[in-house]
Design a protein around this ligand. Structure first.
Ligand code: SAM
Length: 243
């Protein structure tokens, strides 16, 4: 998640002293931005490797004078209710998260032995990591996770989920739409659907930060006559727990 996106959502939907939760916190962008903005933060991450980095990032934020306090737990967000101390249930002002999905939009690109290779596009080799499951299973898991998030939120608290559409075999997958449907339940009501530009601004020109593989996919499609465009935004879905 781009730190600017997390900063914006935290400033817009919570206040200093509030508690912010990320149930799939990765290396802790949500947590770090929250503590820098004077919120307290708690994160859950399935992979010990990323949880360790998130804890290190939080320690660094504290060393740089962040006013809030943060903690990370290794766990499965599908069991969120048992991962988060009971005293915090119903106390969270904001859940801000981005689910694992679409290996085409993630990963580190390197040139190795004269070849372009991509690593870390699925967060780990563990088949139980939600990055490895098919779309229907992922959406069912997200439904379970968002229901647990609703239990963690205080009345009137907000859930913000960011997700990008992606392409499989050239076909656009409306992942954000599926995520929004998964998040809607009796107690979480959609209030906004926003677009976060992932492009930089150079004068009046947008400079997309698309990966090598995204650019390559679009170039190939275009030269085959298919008018694809590089995706340069993330959908931001905002839901509120009934007061
Ligand atoms: C898109 S990344 C989150 C990145 C994070 N927002 C950041 O900026 O660092 C999604 C994360 O969900 C984690 N994940 C996958 N399955 C999970 C599960 N069942 N419970 C908790 N975390 C999970 C992945 O390991 C990955 O780190």
């Amino acid at each position: 998640m781009l730190p600017a996106l997390a900063q914006h959502a935290i400033a817009a939907f919570s206040h200093a002293g509030d508690l912010v939760l990320d149930p799939m916190c990765g290396i802790g962008t949500t947590l770090v931005e929250a503590v820098h903005l004077g919120r307290n933060a708690v994160g859950v991450e399935y992979e010990p490797r990323w949880a360790e980095l998130a804890a290190a990032n939080l320690a660094l934020a504290e060393a740089f004078g962040a006013a809030g306090r943060g903690q990370v737990r290794v766990g499965d967000a599908r069991q969120l209710v048992s991962s988060i101390p009971r005293a915090l249930h119903g106390r969270v002002a904001l859940v801000l998260t981005s689910p694992p999905y679409g290996s085409s939009v993630h990963g580190r690109v390197r040139v190795e032995g004269g070849e372009v290779v991509k690593r870390d596009l699925r967060y780990s080799e563990d088949a139980s990591n939600l990055a490895h499951v098919g779309l229907p299973t992922l959406i069912a898991a997200l439904q379970q996770i968002f229901t647990a998030c609703a239990t963690m939120l205080r009345p009137g608290g907000v859930l913000v989920v960011t997700a990008r559409p992606w392409r499989r075999d050239g076909v656009l997958i409306d992942f954000p739409g599926a995520v929004l449907s998964a998040a809607e339940d009796g107690s979480l009501v959609p209030v906004q659907r926003l677009v976060a530009l992932l492009a930089g601004l150079h004068g009046d020109r947008l400079v997309p930060r698309a990966s090598f593989f995204q650019l390559q996919q679009v170039r190939k499609a275009r030269s085959a006559g298919l008018p694809l465009r590089v995706i340069a935004h993330e959908d931001v879905m905002v839901l509120r727990k009934a007061p």
